[in-house]
Write a protein that binds this ligand. Structure first.
Ligand code: SF4
Ligand code: SF4
Length: 394
């Protein structure tokens, strides 16, 4: 008879508990959760099997399990679990633990695990931008808060775009992209082929599948409908699907505006006709689009934050990864808005200080993206692409 050797990893179980899956030991394998899950296919049910793997510390099993990425954290399974084992939280913790483990360097992942790492994560960009500020103030006769002759404030007089902001963010962005692509590749490689599963989805090239995943998951978040917009809050709360969609569209608008300004700025050096001069005037079309994006960002944030506060903590709790991402986006939105308000009010001290914090938070968003919940969206997209290519319409 063939023998199967299990390799339990106790540290991994501890990591899961730390990442929000501390209730997993209560599970007694009744399988109610697998029946209750609206996303789980009949021929590959979850999350019961993941509960036993997690509780036994079977890290390899969970790492190669594509199903943990198909869970949309609706909480139906936790609502119905007779033991209060909160399988939705365990699935979420498993995803967090797996992508932290896949993404190098792992020391950043460790710092991202709980709030104790936050001071170091904050200090790195705070020192970086402080040094930039310090050096640039020397070019302004030691003035840390320069204003123009007419009293106006130009952030570029300190945080000069061409030699500070642009190169720092370009290096950070492409560095994060490289890290996350490597992690996504490792994740793809770790999945086990699902040859035994009948092909029920549409056949097509990987690009078509990727496009479908992006439209369904990212642009319209249609799976939240299959999840009945859970987790249930028991109180009136904004729609999870609408909140996510507004936030994603806001990010797309802001990314588009940034690209247009960068193209106009750098392209304008070669083709003066397309030059975009910053700071933009309030009635400039690009500025208006950017402000619409910023407004949508705040609306989406308010909706998702209210939802998190109205969740039933008995059956579903937000973990540190959820709060970290919401917190960083809030910090970016508020510092972005207030730096503009102080700039227009010609209050140089608060304007430069808040803009400095804005740069720190934006850097944190990009640089730590591979270890944050935003990185998790990339990994989920990879998993969805994988299952569609193997014929599952998940
Ligand atoms: S998590 Fe709960 S519902 Fe699922 S198998 Fe365990 S005890 Fe049953
Ligand atoms: S949280 Fe929802 S999607 Fe995830 S396993 Fe539970 S029931 Fe299924």
């Amino acid at each position: 008879m063939a023998q199967c050797t299990l390799k339990p990893d106790i540290d991994f179980t501890r990591t899961l508990a730390e990442a929000g899956g501390d209730s997993l030991k209560k599970c007694y394998q009744c399988a109610t959760c697998a029946v209750a899950c609206p996303m789980s296919p009949a021929n590959a049910p979850y999350p019961r099997k993941e509960m036993v793997w997690a509780s036994w510390g079977l890290k390899d099993k969970l790492t190669s399990d594509v199903d943990i990425w198909l869970c949309h954290n609706c909480g139906n399974c936790s609502d119905l679990c007779p033991r209060g084992a909160n399988p939705a939280d365990v699935m979420s913790a498993a995803r967090n633990a797996v992508y932290q483990d896949l993404t190098e360097p792992k020391c950043v992942g460790k710092l991202m695990r709980n709030i104790s790492g936050l001071p170091i994560l904050f200090a790195i960009p705070a020192i970086l931008w402080f040094v930039v500020w310090w050096i640039r103030s020397a070019y302004n006769d030691g003035n840390w808060f320069p204003t123009r002759a007419d009293g106006s404030i130009v952030f570029g007089d300190i945080f000069y775009g061409d030699y500070t902001i642009d190169p720092i963010f370009i290096i950070t962005f492409f560095g994060a992209l490289l890290i996350i692509c490597r992690g996504a590749y490792k994740l793809w490689q770790s999945f086990k082929p699902e040859g035994s599963i009948a092909f029920v989805g549409e056949k097509g090239c990987w690009l078509c599948h990727l496009w479908n995943v992006l439209v369904d998951e990212v642009i319209f978040a249609t799976h939240f409908d299959d999840c009945h917009d859970g987790p249930k809050t028991g109180k009136a709360a904004p729609s999870r699907r609408v909140g996510h969609t507004v936030l994603v569209w806001a990010f797309c608008i802001l990314a588009f505006v940034t690209a247009v300004v960068a193209l106009g700025h750098w392209g304008g050096k070669i083709f003066p006709a397309i030059e975009v001069v910053t700071p933009l005037k309030p009635l400039n079309l690009i500025k208006i689009i950017a402000n619409v994006g910023a407004l949508m960002l705040v609306v989406g944030l308010i909706m998702l934050t209210i939802r998190r506060f109205t969740e039933n903590s008995e059956t579903h709790k937000s973990n540190y990864y959820d709060w970290y991402l919401l917190g960083i986006i809030w910090a970016i939105a508020l510092t972005g808005i207030f730096s503009q308000v102080f700039r227009l009010a010609e209050a140089a001290g608060p304007a430069f200080l808040v803009y400095y914090l804005h740069l720190v938070f934006v850097w944190m968003l990009f640089a730590y993206l591979p270890w944050s919940k935003l990185g998790h969206f990339v990994y989920r997209t990879v998993a969805l692409l994988y299952v569609r290519m193997y014929g599952r319409k998940a």
